[in-house]
Design a protein around this ligand. Structure first.
Ligand code: CA
Length: 388
């Protein structure tokens, strides 16, 4: 089974409503899918993290830098090909876009392995560790009209809860005092048993994060995500983790086992959030997962993107061992974006249908189907939204 071609599909559409996080507002949604075809006609699908123009640049890396390194090679040789690409690109980027591009190719090779063996991805990466997966619904994105935001967030939190989610996540980024008011408003609108997480997208200095975090400690916040810059300020993470009662989470912007090693060794995180479509694909995710568990750091995957990324993460969560174990062990959760996303909800002929399952079950989703990750994009859908 030799690799015949590697192609990128960059999709985009205009959102009905602009959304924001602490770094920017955005009005378009983008997805970057990678198709790896073999000489016997099988196609595996992967996805690269990176929105907007980043996706366009990553397409060039996938098709013009990585493809010539892997075409003609055996599609089974995932580890050898991963290291071939990594070693050849080391001098040009051990983090960031080259790793995002490699991630999409690696995920497609795992999907091919599933298709050729007829097995769901979770069986290829260790088998089932659970029969269903808890889901948390994130929303409460920033808007330009900041005056009415607290009331708007409170209403949205109640809607997410009413949709069946037992855990939810909000954005902050208006500044420390205003952020505390936002968190207070959302917490007050949720039931006591509903978990609330807060995502800062690294907008604070460490002293400001401590100020906001101390308020969160009183508001029963489950985690405080990316309070400070992800890899540049590991000492800040460690200080926050030592000082605050609220769990400190992060890692979505970290890459490879070598990037993750100091984050874990320096005890920066209570909860690790690796992004499989960025850090190096499934091959590298499994190494980072093992390393996180070696440090007794629980993992809750960062999930963003189309149905390919969501399905891949569902398989990885299905196969994630409990850490630590017990009668009532720590359960990972599937991150689910409650804002409109056609690339997740309408790209597959057989949709993942997460929203209905969450509503019917009170916050859970069944294990995904295979073979591979099971997400096969509808070619007509790709034609409709492809921009490159
Ligand atoms: Ca985040």
């Amino acid at each position: 089974m030799k690799i015949k071609s590697v192609k990128s599909h960059v999709l985009s559409y205009d959102l009905d409503e602009e959304l924001g996080y602490s770094q920017q507002y955005y009005a378009r949604r983008t997805a970057h899918l990678v198709a790896v075809e073999t000489d016997d006609g099988l196609v595996g699908w992967g996805e690269c993290f990176g929105p907007g123009n980043v996706a366009l640049a990553n397409k060039v890396i996938v098709e013009q830098v990585i493809a010539p390194m892997v075409v003609g090679e055996s599609a089974f040789d995932r580890e050898r090909l991963w290291h071939k690409v990594y070693n050849l690109l080391r001098d040009h980027g051990q983090k960031g876009m080259p790793m995002q591009a490699l991630s999409g190719v690696d995920i497609a090779l795992w999907d091919l392995f599933g298709k050729v063996t007829g097995q769901p991805l979770y069986n290829l990466v260790g088998g089932r560790c659970r029969e269903r997966i808890a889901v948390y619904g994130y929303g409460m994105m920033l808007r330009r009209d900041t005056a009415g935001l607290a009331a708007r967030f409170a209403a949205e939190a109640a809607e997410i809860e009413a949709a069946g989610f037992r855990a939810t996540k909000m954005k902050v980024g208006l500044g420390p005092k205003a952020d505390i008011e936002l968190v207070r408003a959302v917490r007050a609108s949720l039931g006591e048993d509903t978990r609330l997480m807060v995502d800062a997208n690294h907008c604070y200095t460490t002293p400001d994060a401590l100020y906001v975090g101390r308020a969160m400690d009183e508001l029963d916040i489950y985690w405080f995500e990316e309070p400070v810059a992800p890899e540049e300020d590991q000492a800040g993470y460690a200080e926050l983790r030592r000082t605050l009662r609220t769990n400190i989470s992060g890692g979505e912007a970290e890459f490879s086992r070598w990037g993750w090693r100091p984050l874990l060794e320096n005890r920066c995180l209570d909860i690790a959030q690796p992004e499989v479509c960025a850090l190096g694909g499934i091959s590298e995710y499994l190494k980072v997962l093992a390393m996180a568990h070696a440090h007794f750091t629980p993992v809750i995957n960062h999930v963003w993107g189309s149905a390919v990324a969501v399905a891949t993460n569902m398989h990885l969560l299905a196969a994630m061992p409990h850490m630590p174990g017990g009668l009532h062990p720590f359960e990972p959760m599937l991150e689910f974006d409650t804002t409109p996303n056609l690339f997740r909800d309408e790209m597959l002929r057989e949709p993942l249908d997460i929203q209905q399952q969450v509503k019917d079950s009170g916050g859970w989703v069944a294990l995904p189907k295979g073979p591979g990750h099971g997400a096969v994009p509808d070619p007509d859908f790709l034609d409709r939204y492809r921009i490159a």
